[in-house]
Write a protein that binds this ligand. Sequence first.
Ligand SMILES: Nc1ncnc2c1ncn2[C@@H]1O[C@H](COP(=O)(O)OP(=O)(O)OP(=O)(O)O)[C@@H](O)[C@H]1O
Length: 222
Amino acid sequence: MAEVEVPPLVLDAVSVRYGSAVAVESASLEAYAGEFIAVTGHSGAGKSSLLWAVAGAVAAGGSVRLGDAEVRDRDHAASLGIEVIPQGSALALLLSARENVELPLLAKGLSVSDARQRAGLALASVGLEESGSHLAEELSGGQQQRVAVARGLALAGRVLLADEPTSELDHDNRERVLALLRAEADRGAIVVMATHDPEAAAQADGEVRLDDGRCETVRVPR
Ligand SMILES: Nc1ncnc2c1ncn2[C@@H]1O[C@H](COP(=O)(O)OP(=O)(O)OP(=O)(O)O)[C@@H](O)[C@H]1O
């Protein structure tokens, strides 16, 4: 039984341009509550740009809708519950792992004790219960990536956009993170994961592939 009610996520002819360069060209996609979708494609194909368009973080043509709401910008997307695990982790290196997870929760209005509890659970879920007090800069690349995953999971969004969330991980941690993303979908969220790892993509319910910005459906969720 889903824990959250999530309306359909509908991308209609989404385009992203950087100056004259076209990163995403007229991408259309529908995703529904409980689905885990992989976005694949070679380096530079436009995967991150597509996710950032869904997150309202880049100016995009076309439309991104979550139910009746059309995403306007990043703040609006966040208010709709569209959360991001960014490529490259994007941690504040001079804050502890726990503080990195807590800060967005405090910004969302959680109390200090609730944020601390939720951050602790999220860090434990990625196997970093012992590392909460370590500065992010003291962590390995893979540990930093797991902190970024914990930060995204802790937000308990309606849509979770995960950009290469397993690129730095060994086999066991990759499987752990993929299981956590699956659990997010089972909770009722829509999970969209950019990856160039075919084995990770194979664990998603559906797959869309970008090729020089053009979007093709490879596999639809059953
Ligand atoms: N801020 C930017 N300014 C200009 N061009 C950009 C910018 N961000 C991305 N691009 C270009 O847009 C295209 C798509 O980039 P994007 O990062 O979306 O691809 P990607 O599929 O996520 O790549 P990777 O797998 O290497 O992360 C590339 O040609 C890239 O050089």
